[in-house]
Design a protein around this ligand. Structure first.
Ligand SMILES: *Cc1c(COP(=O)(O)O)cnc(C)c1O
Length: 394
């Protein structure tokens, strides 16, 4: 094959023609000197904004001490991170890895191992939902099942039953003697910022308890303060048995984790899983620094307040431009607006006005400001959205 046209960078992304040189708080600066307000946060990753002094300090301090040793050894920073995640969640135990997909892989492996260790190895199937996104590994694309993710990658990993989002009958029908777990994002992120109603999550918990299934939450996007509580599930009254987190956990440093109850994790004995990089001192020092800030008195309350302010302002914009903003979605600072027609063009117009956002399925423009965003910055961002609405012709 003639590869002359192939760029040195594998062309798996369609990139915007924007390159950034530095960031500060909620602001990004392009290489050609433009200042832009960041309502994407690297897709819910840089929750504390850019160049947060506490994170910079933690990273540089640790960089001067020790980066990596391997999980052959005890890692005090990792032990501290695990202790703190346990203290502030449903979980009794934590496995630390490097990304969201790896966190969800660990969740999937833990589910299978749980039933295997209980003498029920036939219970290996996991019920998942259309529109879900759990990552890009073979297991996680198989779990989500959407054509866009799996096309050309057959054979997929067997053992996933994907049911339509919100279809209770299909869900019940999918549960059989081989079912091991139900896996769901409490709020679908990539799928278009679609929160799962509280009553549905309660129903899932009941189904799991009745049938001896594990309930797995993918909080990779919704966790780490984005919805105004450390984890999104805290607002639902429903706790999972296993959960994956990542994105916001390292504030921009790649780190993820699988959280679990003692019961769910019982099968994960010595040698059952591992990672070379997962939980290294550098990553854990940064993740601990992120937690320092998120757990500060009043921080998450402030995030929740900003979330309410954002939703209010977006609803007001929708009220003035119902033909353009068809719907306001989300919880806290995990927000989105569904554009009636031409969400990609609308997102580009926002960029021209100086606002960085992220696309999602279902014609949704995702608005994910950093958790440290000020009310004035929310106003600035919303003013740009309003201006775009006034100008926009799909
Ligand atoms: C981003 C995301 C993932 C995958 O995370 P990666 O770090 O890209 O592997 C998994 N689940 C959800 C809900 C996500 O938003």
């Amino acid at each position: 094959m003639d590869n002359k046209a192939l760029p040195s960078l594998l062309p798996v992304y369609k990139r915007y023609d924007l390159a950034f040189e530095r960031g500060e708080g909620a602001w990004l600066y392009t290489v050609d000197g433009r200042r832009m307000l960041d309502f994407a946060s690297g897709i819910a990753v840089t929750g504390l904004g850019h160049a947060h002094p506490h994170l910079v300090q933690a990273l540089t301090d640790q960089a001067h001490k020790l980066w990596h040793v391997s999980n052959l050894f005890r890692i005090p920073e990792l032990e501290r991170l695990a202790d703190r995640l346990v203290a502030h969640s449903f979980a009794d135990t934590v496995f630390v890895c490097n990304s969201g997909a790896e966190a969800m892989e660990a969740c999937i492996k833990m589910v299978r191992r749980y039933h295997w260790a209980n003498g029920r190895p036939e219970r290996h199937r996991i019920v998942t939902f259309e529109g879900a996104f759990h990552g890009r590994t073979m297991a996680t694309i198989s779990a989500a099942g959407s054509r866009k993710l799996v096309e050309g990658f057959d054979p997929l990993l067997p053992g996933f039953d994907v049911v339509p989002f919100g279809d209770h009958e299909a869900l019940k029908a999918a549960i059989g003697p081989e079912t091991a777990a139900i896996m769901i994002e409490p709020i679908q992120g990539e799928g278009g910022i679609r929160p799962v109603p509280r009553s549905c999550l309660e129903g899932l918990r009941r189904l799991c308890d009745e049938h001896g299934l594990l309930l797995v939450f993918d909080e990779v996007q919704a966790g780490m303060g984005r919805t105004g509580t450390l984890f999104a599930y805290e607002q639902t009254g429903v706790a999972p048995d296993i959960a994956g987190i990542a994105k916001g956990l390292g504030g921009g440093f790649p780190v993820g984790a699988c959280l679990a109850t003692a019961r769910a994790a019982a099968g994960m004995t010595t040698g059952a899983h591992g990672s070379t990089f997962g939980g290294n001192p550098l990553a854990c020092a940064v993740a601990n620094a992120v937690l320092d800030v998120l757990l500060e008195e009043g921080f998450l309350e402030r995030v929740a307040e900003r979330g309410r302010q954002l939703q209010e302002r977006l609803l007001a914009i929708q009220g003035r431009h119902p033909g353009i903003v068809a719907e306001v979605r989300g919880i806290g600072l995990l927000a989105g607006i569904r554009i009636a027609d031409g969400s990609a063009e609308f997102l580009k117009l926002l960029q021209d006005k100086g606002l960085v956002t992220a696309p999602a399925a279902d014609n949704v423009v995702r608005l994910l400001p950093p958790l440290i965003v000020s009310e004035a910055e929310l106003d600035e961002g919303c003013a740009m959205i309003e201006a775009a609405c006034r100008e926009f012709v799909a």
